[in-house]
Ligand binder design. Structure first.
Ligand code: FES
Ligand code: FES
Length: 197
């Protein structure tokens, strides 16, 4: 295998990754997931390990602009791609608009799922801009515009990210705020519980 070295019984290789605009070179086993590479080898612990099985979305990152469960992909497969994690969203002293909206709309409680929710929301906005339809888009010949994105669309497009604290109402309100809609007041949504998909 290209670039492999044998250390004892383990096979390691050099992997060059571009993460949040910085080049990183790791010497890792080829079986290391991107999530473990981020958390265990680079100290980027914003991406969370919830299920480690592609079921919760806590590990969501952006790869070349597409949202990906980093627990389900190998680090070695990401050479030559641009990886963006929650740590790379804000500039030095300015939060990404989605991050700010999550704070303003109480889009989290314990915060464990939040990095994944925010990365998924950032991807959602770009997907809508590109005209991507979802399972609930009523007319596939006329994909929704950001300003008129329905609550059902937001719920569907974030359905791959679970929140055990059930902060869903705040998460949806945050996305609505970012796309220029008026989110419902917190008192109007209190006690509604988990979103229904
Ligand atoms: S940790 Fe990756 S989907 Fe749950
Ligand atoms: S805020 Fe706690 S799991 Fe989502």
């Amino acid at each position: 295998m290209r670039g492999c070295q044998i250390f004892g019984t383990e096979t390691q290789m050099n992997v060059k990754l571009t993460i949040n605009g910085e080049r990183q070179i790791l010497t890792i086993e080829p079986r290391v997931t991107l999530l473990d590479a981020l958390r265990e080898h680079l100290g980027l612990v914003g991406s969370k390990k919830g299920c480690d099985h592609g079921q919760c979305g806590a590990c969501t990152v952006l790869i070349d602009g597409q949202r990906v469960y980093s627990c389900l992909t190998l680090a070695v497969m990401q050479e030559g791609k641009e990886i963006l994690t929650i740590e790379g969203l804000a500039t030095e002293d300015t939060l990404h608009p989605v991050q700010a909206a999550f704070i303003e709309n109480d889009g989290f409680q314990c915060g464990y799922c939040t990095p994944g929710q925010i990365c998924a929301s950032v991807a959602l906005l770009e997907e809508v801009k590109r005209g991507c339809a979802s399972a609930v888009t009523p007319d596939l010949n006329s994909s929704p515009q950001l300003a008129e994105l329905s609550e059902a669309e937001i719920k569907e497009r974030l359905s791959g990210n679970l929140c055990r604290c059930s902060a869903y109402n705040g998460i949806i309100a945050a996305v609505q705020q970012v796309v220029g809609q008026q989110p419902p007041s917190p008192m109007a949504t209190v006690n509604l519980g988990r979103i229904e998909n």
